[in-house]
Design a protein around this ligand. Structure first.
Ligand code: NAD
Ligand code: DAU
Length: 345
């Protein structure tokens, strides 16, 4: 089977590729990525020697290029990780989030329809990698409440609104054009290769340099942390065995206030809590996310491999061992870049 994986040079997509390219030697994986500021070819360069892996630099907003790629490659499965993913950026530049997250997703689905309508190839599944943020937030004083797949969409940020818009288009394409789709909605991921704009890599990289650690508002906001490996195992199960037209929640069952999380990391790195600096809150800051994953556990047998304690320890260790990876990103001078081995575009 042939898989197109968009956004495979980013955090979750690159971890996904490392998981599946090795696990399924008889399947082919084609990574499409625009290599935006968040896409890093270094994250997947080791896969370029694998015969079942191919990288194509392309933007999912480039409608004609995506159609050409699909006509040529005839994918059976399309998994859309590509997105503008950072809430703070969406507050500064909301339009880009509509273009990439909604129009980009529609371009992929339209290309799948075109190759089917022209009798070239029929896809088996379009999977949209979505987020628990489409459900909005939960109050801090109701620990009994969790997001289920039936929780109404109620978005807070331009990011979450764009992801919800994409989800609604995916469901509309399923109903109107009978596109075989699934959607997964996951909570906050952590693990290797996370871009150093998100909380955990920000805290680790700043703590290692004894720099102040910015905590938004009071630090009481709660996130439900899941190791990226467990998220990707869930996506793989849903893509291969999930029911067409269904939405599946994936959560870490590991809620922490931001302040608790920062203190855990500082303790592990043997750094003082005096590095914590309270800064202006994020506008519209969601209070609490917490996911009920019962459906995917019961229907598809999904379980988490990592406890939070093991996962955060190994993640901190990875960032300590790979400080060059973050230094490369910050300096903009990559040890190895896509352009080194390919014609300049
Ligand atoms: P990321 O920002 O690390 O990576 C995004 C990738 O998409 C990058 O490689 C980037 O180059 C690529 N990309 C962006 N715009 C593109 C375009 N127009 N065309 C082609 N490629 C493009 O993001 P991430 O954290 O790995 O998130 C991946 C997906 O998972 C996103 O859809 C996000 O909404 C979703 N998600 C993330 C989390 C999380 O905690 N990070 C949780 C739930 C869901
Ligand atoms: O829940 C899933 C979502 O998780 C994904 O859909 C998003 O793509 C992903 O970015 C993430 O969104 P968050 O906004 O929750 O993640 P972030 O790491 O940006 O922030 C986590 C929490 O930490 C949030 O409450 C804001 C706070 N924060 C963040 C940063 C970067 C700080 O206090 N200080 C910081 O410097």
């Amino acid at each position: 089977m042939k898989f197109v994986i968009t956004g495979g040079a980013g955090f979750i997509g690159s971890n996904y590729l490392h998981y599946v390219v090795n696990k399924y030697p008889d399947d082919e994986f084609i990574c499409i990525d625009a290599l935006t500021y968040a896409g890093n070819y270094n994250n997947i360069k080791d896969l370029s020697s694998m015969s079942n892996f191919k990288f194509i630099k392309a933007n999912i907003c480039d409608r004609e290029k995506i159609i050409d790629i699909f006509k040529q490659e005839k994918p059976d499965y399309i998994i859309n990780f590509a997105a503008e993913s950072h809430v703070d950026n969406s507050i500064k530049n909301p339009n880009l989030f509509v273009e990439t997250n909604i129009i980009g997703t529609m371009n992929l689905m339209n290309a799948a329809r075109i190759i089917q309508d022209e009798g070239i190839h029929k896809i088996k599944r379009f999977h949209q990698v979505s987020t628990d943020e489409v459900y909005g937030d939960l109050p801090l004083d109701r620990p009994d409440l969790l997001f289920t797949e039936n929780t109404p969409i109620h978005t807070s940020s331009p990011y979450s609104a764009s992801k919800a818009g994409a989800d609604l288009q995916v469901l509309a394409y399923a109903r109107t054009y009978k596109l075989p789709v699934t959607i997964s909605r996951c909570s906050n991921n952590y693990g290797p290769y996370q871009f150093p704009e998100k909380l955990i890599p920000v805290v680790i990289s700043k703590a290692l340099k004894d720099e102040p650690i910015p905590v938004y508002g009071t630090g009481e906001n709660i996130r439900d942390w899941i190791h990226v490996y467990d998220h990707n195992v869930g996506i793989d199960l849903i893509v291969r065995n999930g029911k067409e037209g269904n939405i599946y929640n994936l959560g870490g069952h590991s809620e922490k206030t931001n302040l608790e999380l920062v203190k855990i990391i500082l303790k592990e790195l043997n750094k003082p809590e005096s590095l914590i600096t309270f800064v202006t809150d994020r506008p519209g800051h969601d209070l609490r996310y917490a996911i009920d994953s019962t459906k995917v556990e019961k229907e598809l047998g999904w379980t988490r491999t990592y406890s939070f304690e093991e996962g955060i320890k190994s993640t901190i260790e990875w960032y300590v061992q790979n400080q060059e990876w973050i230094d490369d990103i910050k300096s903009g001078k990559y040890k190895y870049s896509y352009e080194d081995n390919n014609e300049k575009e």
